[in-house]
Structure formats: C-alpha cells, structure tokens
Design a protein around this ligand. Structure first.
Ligand code: C5P
Length: 453
C-alpha cells in the first residue's frame, strides 16, 4: 500500500503518455498522493485536464509560471515528494537528465531534487539501442536513478518491435512500492541496471553498490537463478502443449531473493504476472529455450527450479497451422522428451551452483515421489507440494509444502506463497552462509543419468 505517500509524476512526451494516466489511477487506488508535471511534448499526447481530473491535484507545466512559482515553486515541488517517477521517460528526457540540462520544469525538478527518481523509459527500439541512450542510461543508473523496463514487444509504429515499450502501469506501481519500501527492503536500484543494462544491447553492468536503495540482506553479493511458470511446446504456430502453472510461487521466490540482496535472474515461461521489481527477467517459451537461458544465466550460487516444464515436446512442430481435415480424423502427435533442466544443472561437472533446489508437484504419494526425485535428479533439496485439484494450490495464493533434504523431511504449515518464498530464501541464505549443504542427491560425476522422470 502507498497510503499517504507522495509521488511526483513527470509525464514525458511519448505515445506511452496515455499509460501514465492509468498509472495515476493505479497509484491513487493504493492511497498515494499524485502530483503531475507534464512536458510540452506530453501535452501533445494527453491533456493536463485529464491528468488533473485523475490525480485530483493541480498539474504543473510551466517553469516560468508566476502563479505556480508564487504558489509552490519548482524547488519545493521537487522536494515535497517521497519519490519522483518519470513515465514515459523519453530518450530526450533521459539525455537531458543524464547531462544535467535544465531548460524546462521537468528537467529543473530532476536536477533540483534530493529524492529518489524512478524512470520508466519508452522509445523506439533503435533509439533505446543507440550508444548515446546506452551511455545516458548507464550514467543515470550510476547517479542512482532507478529504472523499470523498458519491455520488449511491438511498438506503436507499424511493423516495429523490440525493447522499448514502457513497463505496464502495474509493473511501475510495483517498482514504486519497492522504491518506497526503503533501503534494505527492496532492490529497486537493481531495477536500474538489470533492466537498463541487461535488456539493452550488451553494455556491461555497472558495479554493484551504486544507487540509493541498494538492498542489503543475507544474500547480498550472491547470485540466484530461479525458473518459473510453464513452458509452451509448439504443435504448430497457434497450438501448444503446456503444464498448468501460474508462476506465482517462482516469481515470489525471485522477489524474496532480490529483497534479501541477491542478484536474481528469473527465467520465466509465459505467465500473466508483472516482472518482480529488482529482478532480471528472461522470458522464454519452450523447455529448450529455458535450458539455454539457464545456461546463459549461470554461474549462480543457488538455483531454484520452480518452473513446471513440459516433459515432452512435439517432434518437428508444423510451420503452418495444421488444418482440420473434414472427416479425416485427428492428427497424431509424435512426442519426444524435453531436456530435464534441473537434472542437467544438478549434474554439471563445472560451475554447478552450490545449492540446487527442485520442486515436486504431485497429486498423490507426495513425499515418496519427492524423495525419489531428490536422488534421481541429483539436486540438494526438493520442495514438495500437493497439487491435487482439491488442494487449491494451482493458481491459488497459498501453498502447503514439505522441504525434503538429505537430512529428512520438514513439514511446513500452510501459508501464502510469498511466505513460502521468504522462508525458503532464508533457508537458502543460511545454507550458503554455512558453505553449502549436505547433498541430498549425487553430485556431478555421480554416475546417474540426467533423464527426466
Ligand atoms: O520431473 P518433474 O517434472 O516432476 O520434476 C519437477 C522438478 O524438475 C521441478 O523443479 C522442475 O522445475 C524441474 N524440471 C526441469 N526440467 C524438466 C522437468 C522438470 O527443470 N524438463
């Protein structure tokens, strides 16, 4: 909740400005007090009247307004907020802010403020990938500016796609909550270099430790890899095979690890969830893409495999949509086994994470299957849960899990998925602090095959 928190929203001049109106609404719904500043460019896309109606506050547009200066003044405007959000942050606004230019109200505020600044960039992918924007983003991140997005996807310009779409309003709200949670509570600063640098075109990440809200926690300085969500295995361009998975548990673990100070890479299959703030998210579709993304993300100190990976894929998926053959019967699908990502990583000869955690979603004989899986896959821990339809775990908020290790089974009480995530992360931090785990499965070279169960 953002009850009573003061957000100064600077709306830049881009097509995504219309989403800033929704952002005002979302922030207000959560109790925030939102004041808006609009650049000249922003007013080409949305009107101050709309922003004023939604925020129920006066909207500021002019640096040289006698009445506004007498009333509040741009210096006070920049200081009275708890957080300044720039959405959309255009290439032009970023360039000015990175270089300390101040020729309008928005840039004056950005230069005069002593409050955290969160930017949600939005621009054409070529502009985002341009070395000048890369330099400006890195400079801003180095100055402690926080970032959320941009995301990858199609642009307003016809036929254009790539990284440059503004983060969705709810993603920005999550980043605002994270930034306002205060130092140590959330790795909002990491949003800066995770999204700006990694989703960008290959610039090196700035050294850890920059930013005003760099989290400190039991996982500070450590790298954690998490997989989440289902995988989609194409049958043809419009059909696929998948497991049921909302991704909630995996995303909650990634967030909890980031909040504990870790550098987190979340490799996610298709889910309907916003990117957890402070987490570098790699979006994949299929099991093979997930394995490739996991390999790129390694090395890591700990890896948690929460994804519900499809065990099989269709051999030779059709390139064109398979047509119904009237009366000709259904086509038969030839399935082949997918790589087992958990088993592959557990049995790596070099670069295996110190701690590898798998999940076991079972509908019966939960513990027996989980214990067998621990040995078969070669991981260190298995988090076992009952996903039978009557348990309500699938897609729900709560989970009842058992932590299966070489030392035995711990039954955890039923709790929210967030709480399961925090508890698991605390255990991971504890195990890493002790220098690893007593391994439950066989380590690399243990002689077992990595085949999927
Ligand atoms: O074999 P099963 O799917 O029950 O194993 C579940 C565990 O293995 C989960 O941790 C899941 O993320 C992981 N897994 C995997 N790759 C697969 C199948 C499962 O990483 N192909």
């Amino acid at each position: 909740m953002l009850s009573g928190r003061r957000v100064l929203l600077i709306i830049g001049g881009g097509v995504a400005a219309y989403k800033a109106l929704d952002l005002i609404r979302r922030l207000k719904e959560r109790g925030a007090v939102v004041r808006c500043v609009m650049t000249d460019g922003a007013q080409q896309f949305v009107t101050p009247l709309s922003a004023a109606a939604l925020s129920q506050e006066k909207v500021f547009t002019d640096l040289f307004s006698l009445t506004d200066e007498a009333d509040i003044g741009h210096i006070s405007l920049s200081r009275e907020a708890d957080l300044i959000v720039v959405a959309p942050a255009t290439a032009d606004l970023m360039a000015k802010a990175a270089n300390g230019l101040a020729n309008d109200l928005a840039t004056n505020i950005l230069l005069a403020t002593d409050k955290p600044v969160l930017m949600a960039p939005a621009m054409n992918p070529r502009m985002w990938g341009h070395p000048a924007t890369r330099r400006n983003a890195a400079a801003l991140a180095g100055d402690g500016v926080l970032f959320v997005g941009p995301n990858s996807g199609t642009m307003a310009e016809r036929g254009e796609s790539g990284v440059g779409r503004m983060a969705e309003p709810l993603e920005i709200v999550a980043a605002v909550e994270s930034a306002l949670a205060g130092p140590g509570a959330a790795p909002a600063a990491q949003v800066g270099y995770q999204n700006v640098i990694y989703q960008g075109q290959g610039a090196a990440p700035p050294a850890p430790g920059f930013g005003r809200l760099q989290p400190q926690g039991p996982l500070t300085g450590l790298r954690v890899l998490v997989t989440s969500g289902p995988t989609h295995e194409p049958i043809d361009p419009v059909r696929y095979i998948a497991n049921r998975s909302s991704g909630r548990q995996g995303h909650a673990i990634a967030l909890a690890a980031a909040q504990a100070g870790a550098h987190v890479t979340l490799v996610s299959g298709p889910v309907n969830l916003p990117a957890p703030p402070g987490v570098h998210v790699v979006h994949v579709e299929s099991a093979r893409e997930m394995l490739a993304a996991v390999e790129v993300a390694l090395p890591a100190d700990a890896a948690v495999f929460t994804a519900a990976v499809a065990d099989w894929r269709v051999a030779g998926a059709a390139e064109e949509k398979i047509k119904k053959q009237g009366g000709g019967g259904a086509p038969s699908l030839n399935l082949v086994e997918n790589p087992d990502i958990l088993a592959t990583v557990s049995r790596m000869k070099a670069g295996r994470p110190q701690l590898v955690v798998g999940f076991a979603a079972e509908t019966e004989k939960v513990l027996a299957h989980a214990q067998a899986k621990l040995a078969r896959k070669g991981c260190d821990w298995i988090v076992a849960n009952d996903v039978s339809p009557e348990s309500g775990v699938m897609g729900g908020d709560r989970n009842t899990v058992h932590l299966v290790t070489a030392e035995g089974v711990e039954d955890w009480p039923t709790m929210g998925k967030d709480e399961v995530a925090r508890r698991l992360v605390a255990r991971i931090a504890d195990a890493l602090a002790r220098g690893g785990v007593k391994t439950g499965g066989k380590r690399a070279g243990g002689g077992q095959s990595g085949a999927a169960s």
